[in-house]
Design a protein around this ligand. Sequence first.
Ligand code: MN3
Length: 214
Amino acid sequence: MYPYIMQSLSYKSSALEPYIMAQTMEFHYGKHYASYVENLNRVLADQATLQQQSLEQLLTDAQKLDTRIRQQIINFGGGVYNHELFWNILGGKHDQKPAGKLAEHITRDFGSFGKFQQQLTMVSTSWFGSGWGWLCIDTTSGDNTRESIGKLVVLSMGNQDCPLSQGLYPLMNIDVWEHAYYLQYQNRRAEFIAACWQVINWKAVEKRYEKLFS
Ligand code: MN3
């Protein structure tokens, strides 16, 4: 809620090396993410009602926002939300696969972890321009109890658009803006995406998954 402050990283900026260099993390977190936080606060500075809402609410109901500030909240609010999820689901030295209920759900909806990974890699690699690859639960397709949980979906979205605004609950994401990889990988987005798979903290994704039932 307003005023937004930068979420601190739970690991050192060098923790993801060699897959993601400390320098990349420092620019990405300290410059790009910082400016989303700063700009979101600027847009909300004279919006007393919106200041009382959570970022999730703002993005979920983005279409109801006044057209004069809607796009800015989608851009900067999405920039804050999307990056905070991304910081949370990364971490050094982790199991390379999810376990438990999330793993079962992935197998149920994609056939196998490998097929899921292939799909997310494909949509993230082929997305034209800036955006994100996403794994979400389609909360409109189930009642989100354990017995009837919505379908898992993989998709890509442009810019800082957030799946919350489409009735989707995001579980994990991959940032495919050039700022996420250019320092280390230049134009080789596919290599960066392959590297991301090495540093995903599946325990954090599982925790987020479990949050839906709590
Ligand atoms: Mn980014």
